[in-house]
Design a protein around this ligand. Structure first.
Ligand SMILES: *[C@@H]1O[C@H](CO)[C@@H](O)[C@H](O)[C@H]1NC(C)=O
Ligand SMILES: *[C@@H]1O[C@H](CO)[C@@H](O)[C@H](O)[C@H]1NC(C)=O
Ligand SMILES: *[C@@H]1O[C@H](CO)[C@@H](O)[C@H](O)[C@H]1NC(C)=O
Ligand SMILES: *[C@@H]1O[C@H](CO)[C@@H](O)[C@H](O)[C@H]1NC(C)=O
Ligand SMILES: *[C@@H]1O[C@H](CO)[C@@H](O)[C@H](O)[C@H]1NC(C)=O
Ligand SMILES: *[C@@H]1O[C@H](CO)[C@@H](O)[C@H](O)[C@H]1NC(C)=O
Length: 433
């Protein structure tokens, strides 16, 4: 059934939007820095982090990803309008594909590897991510996932007590498809790194104890991020969660950059431009309340941190200049030269069909090594991980195979029945998709 829906959806190119539920926003906690029983488990420990690596334009970056909203919809919603007045509104920031999961994966590993659905995947440990780049320079990091029931949670989703409508059935507030770090084995299968896949109760704990890391990826739950609800619901969430943090120096000090963005737009038949705003103390005073029409994508968050901290690169889309411009004020401070892409040469980022890659069963090709000759915005070489075979270049790989016709799936797809624990269960039957 799930596969049939996916095929119909791909064929028609029209979004099968879940009807916005009628639920109204309710705060999940007494405040963003107060732990809550609505989050299933309490924090066990605070990270030990202190900022260690000084950046050229900022010392901390916090990305907050909302869901499935066209630029114009957010731009005409009051809270978003007032946030734009406090920061730099990026008017030409694009997601890289549809639907959700490949966008999240792209922002961490520099590619979506052909993925065109929200199934349960994992990426082998020889594929590098932003975490490798950050650790290489001693930049501290963590992700905070709202309603993830516990640190290191590996499952496909989690149904928690319905805190909005008490007594109603448990609600799938947490989904793995919006938690990109857990999808990469280089992070989730590493005993030390996996502790940095954290809950919102940990966020409260880490901030209050003064140990919020320098690179932070925040995913609100499925109602707060507008996925199952409306932009007004997400606006109420921002009023509850983001606004107080903007005035709290433990989160937003004078050297913090906050990227508020959306995973993708809602209307698949248009360019995939999403409302994105740069906020925080690191935004130069003279640029607050301005707009920037430079062409950016989710890959720009990779190139921007590379430029800021002088990091190595992934040698994937993060080093393709036309899709990875560095946020202009950071480019200016680091000496990076952005490219100007003529309007008629801007790629269509609203892909909905099947593209060859390791994370698609329909046109499977193995993972390729990155382009080892590429140079990223940080200036350094491409960082590779143990187990990477550099001879497996994109050009050397075999032609795509339709695994579905062979009644199997890509080896990197798992059964969504894996709802807990850390074991990897390969998916080899048709019920997986
Ligand atoms: C859980 O959320 C509900 C709805 O906002 C709220 O009434 C309740 O106080 C919350 N529980 C805790 C422990 O914060
Ligand atoms: C804290 O530890 C307990 C016991 O091991 C566990 O059940 C709980 O999920 C942990 N909390 C978090 C936030 O991971
Ligand atoms: C600070 O961290 C300690 C140690 O993990 C923890 O016991 C305490 O609850 C934290 N403080 C807050 C306010 O979360
Ligand atoms: C992508 O958007 C363009 C308009 O920018 C539109 O012409 C095209 O049909 C869209 N592609 C899909 C697959 O919907
Ligand atoms: C990455 O590792 C996987 C699993 O060991 C292996 O099958 C694959 O060939 C490797 N790919 C590259 C590009 O090194
Ligand atoms: C795939 O499964 C179908 C239905 O069970 C069967 O008819 C077909 O022969 C199988 N194909 C292969 C390549 O095994």
């Amino acid at each position: 059934m799930a596969r049939l829906a996916a095929v119909l959806f791909l064929a028609s190119g029209v979004r099968l939007a879940a009807a916005a539920t009628a639920q109204g926003f309710q705060p999940p906690s007494k405040g963003p820095l107060v732990q809550s029983a609505n989050y299933t488990s309490f924090s066990n420990s605070t990270l030990k982090d202190k900022p260690t690596c000084k950046g050229k334009a900022f010392n901390r970056i916090i990305q907050v990803w909302l869901e499935n909203t066209d630029f114009a919809t957010a731009a005409s919603t009051p809270i978003f309008e007032s946030l734009a007045e406090q920061g730099i509104l990026l008017t030409n920031y694009n997601s890289v594909t549809h639907p959700s999961e490949p966008n999240y994966v792209a922002a961490i590993g520099g590619d979506f590897f052909g993925m065109h659905d929200d199934n349960m995947y994992h990426v082998p440990s020889n594929i590098s991510t932003v975490v490798d780049l950050l650790e290489d320079k001693g930049v501290t990091w963590a992700t905070y996932q709202e309603n993830m029931p516990a640190d290191e949670f590996y499952g496909f989703n989690f149904n928690a007590k319905n805190y909005i409508t008490p007594g109603a059935a448990d609600y799938p507030y947490y989904v793995r498809k919006h938690n990109p770090l857990v999808i990469y084995d280089a992070i989730s299968q590493d005993a030390k790194r996996v502790k940095r896949i954290r809950t919102f109760n940990d966020f409260a704990n880490d901030v209050v104890n003064g140990t919020l890391p320098q690179w932070v990826f925040v995913t609100p739950n499925m109602v707060n991020d507008a996925h199952d609800t409306t932009i007004d619901f997400a606006a109420s969430f921002l009023e509850y969660w983001l606004l107080p943090l903007l005035t709290d120096p433990r989160v937003n000090d004078g050297e913090t950059l906050i990227l508020l963005t959306f995973d993708e737009s809602e209307t698949f038949s248009q360019q995939n431009t999403v409302f994105s705003v740069l906020l925080g103390g690191a935004v130069p005073l003279n640029l607050r309340g301005t707009t920037d029409d430079t062409l950016y994508t989710h890959y720009s968050s990779l190139s921007t941190v590379q430029a800021n901290w002088g990091l190595k690169s992934l040698g994937r889309q993060d080093t393709v200049a036309a899709v990875s411009n560095v946020f202009s004020f950071v480019a200016a401070k680091t000496g990076y030269k952005n490219v100007k892409v003529p309007a008629n040469q801007v790629p269509q980022f609203n892909l909905t069909g099947v593209a060859p890659g390791a994370l698609t069963s329909a046109q499977f090709v193995p993972f390729a090594a990155p382009n080892l000759k590429a140079r990223g915005a940080g200036g350094g070489p491409v960082l590779t991980r143990p187990g990477l075979d550099p001879r497996l270049t994109a050009a050397s790989l075999p032609p795509p195979v339709n695994m579905l016709a062979l009644n199997t799936t890509t080896p990197w797809q798992m059964s969504p029945r894996t709802t807990s624990g850390k074991s990897i269960i390969p998916c080899a039957d048709a019920t997986c998709a």
